[in-house]
Design a protein around this ligand. Structure first.
Ligand code: GAL
Length: 443
């Protein structure tokens, strides 16, 4: 397998996200985000870690983008911190924030790297959370004001946009389970947040298209390949269908005009009270591409005591299969199954894998990190992606998660996903063997 097998117009890239790398969380007029606040709470994050400094990317972005250049990576996906631009979420613009992203964009372009901007990668301004955040329907106006500001300020040089990063994860973990910012729990919070996020993904797309004619617009979904734990067990099969409706279908289907998957997950009927007259129509938008982020497969078991889905994920460690530090099974075929599945939806024009990668224990020895497991993980996933491409599936891009080791949300700095190692005491970067491999692959 080599790069050419994927065709000349295939997008090769690398992804990261503002809160996970930038640091400088109150620098030059930036307002607090929900992650700045959530990480200060007790017992929420592994060892009390936070993103106050992270990879100090705010000050070191030229070094990091230069690493992307040296690694032959032509596309770079990063996110904008909403509260760096609007410290209060809406209203007054912080021009120092705009200036920062202008410098990032310009440096990419100078080096011939195409910037892909994720407009929302989980760091809602805290000022908006005080008004209910994603549970408040006004978020649709707030978000579109912010999106319009980004297009007006950066749209003369950026045409690749990802509206939301993994709405299922930020609404599920942040508003149902309470394990991510803002730490809210319960079905009511979740269903309201989910519907408003779904409205934002389509209306955000419309805002971009109305302001920029040459844009290439997508939005990114988490996607895990699911199987019943006991293949022939009817209850496990049912459990799998429900979990699938929740974690894989909830956001893409309304976008494609199919509505919410209420038939397979009746609890979603309770969303009705948030749905206004024209909403089902407004949830639709014809994206130029669908971004999917694939890491693993999950086996689903019937679990009568679990509310709403009556299902459980059987952890990889309990199944004694090869897994990463995140306890995610290493199962390369999941990427094939995922793109194949998304490809079956009518109306999907192009699929781009906007994240794929793995966290393993890295050992720095003699200035070298021989991360064979990560290298194999990437190679094996790419092989399966090529198989899909060769079968005619419309997949047209692959972005590795991620450039540098960084703040992995509730897991703090423990899991390391980077192609580049970071010593968080000195901020020294060391390219891992996986990074060298990706560079050679792309050369
Ligand atoms: C995704 C997320 C990224 C990163 C990655 C690895 O869900 O978009 O920010 O954390 O998972 O866990």
């Amino acid at each position: 397998m080599n790069r050419k097998d994927f065709g000349d117009d295939f997008y090769w890239g690398i992804s990261n996200a503002a809160y996970q790398v930038e640091g400088a969380n109150t620098a030059e007029g930036k307002g607090l985000s929900i992650w700045d606040v959530f990480t200060q709470k007790r017992n929420k994050i592994f060892k009390g870690h936070n993103g106050d400094i992270a990879c100090d990317y705010y000050n070191k972005f030229t070094d990091d983008i230069y690493l992307i250049y040296q690694s032959n990576i032509p596309n770079y996906r990063f996110s904008i911190s909403w509260s760096r631009i609007f410290p209060e979420g809406i209203g007054q613009i912080n021009y120092k924030g705009i200036d920062f992203y202008n410098r990032v964009i310009e440096f990419c372009l100078e080096l011939g790297i195409e910037p892909w901007i994720t407009l929302y990668h989980w760091d809602l301004p805290e000022a908006l959370q005080k008004k209910g955040g994603w549970t408040n329907r006004d978020v649709v106006q707030w978000f579109n004001e912010y999106v319009a500001c980004c297009i007006k300020n950066f749209g003369d040089r950026v045409s690749k946009w990802i509206v939301l990063n993994e709405p299922m994860v930020f609404t599920g973990a942040g508003y149902f389970l309470g394990v991510h910012a803002p730490g809210k729990k319960g079905l009511t919070n979740f269903l309201a947040a989910a519907h408003h996020a779904a409205l934002c993904q389509s209306s955000g797309g419309r805002t971009i298209r109305s302001l920029q004619s040459q844009s290439f617009i997508g939005t990114s979904f988490s996607h895990s390949h699911l199987e019943p734990f006991r293949k022939d067990d009817k209850k496990d099969q049912m459990a799998k269908i429900k979990v699938d409706a929740l974690i894989n279908r909830l956001f893409i289907e309304p976008l494609l005009g199919l509505g919410y998957p209420v038939k397979d997950l009746p609890i979603l009927n309770r969303m009705e009270k948030y749905i206004l007259a024209d909403d089902m129509q407004d949830l639709k938008f014809d994206m130029d591409f669908v971004g999917i982020q694939v890491y693993t497969r999950e086996l689903i078991k019937h679990a009568p005591l679990i509310p709403f889905v009556q299902a459980n994920i059987v952890k990889a460690s309990d199944r004694f299969v090869h897994h990463t530090i995140m306890n995610w099974e290493v199962f390369p075929n999941s990427i094939y199954e995922a793109v194949k599945r998304i490809n079956e939806y009518k109306g999907v024009k192009q699929i781009i894998v906007t994240e794929n990668g793995a966290a393993f224990d890295d050992v720095l020895y003699n200035n070298t990190i021989s991360d064979t497991l990560r290298k194999d993980y990437l190679k094996n996933h790419l092989n399966k992606l090529l198989k899909a491409k060769n079968e005619g599936i419309k997949v047209n891009g692959y972005f590795v998660w991620t450039l540098t080791d960084n703040f992995e949300w509730a897991e703090g700095y423990n899991p390391k996903f980077g192609l580049v190692h970071v010593d968080f005491l000195t901020q020294k970067r060391t390219i891992k063997d996986s990074g060298k491999w990706y560079k050679d692959f792309l050369s």
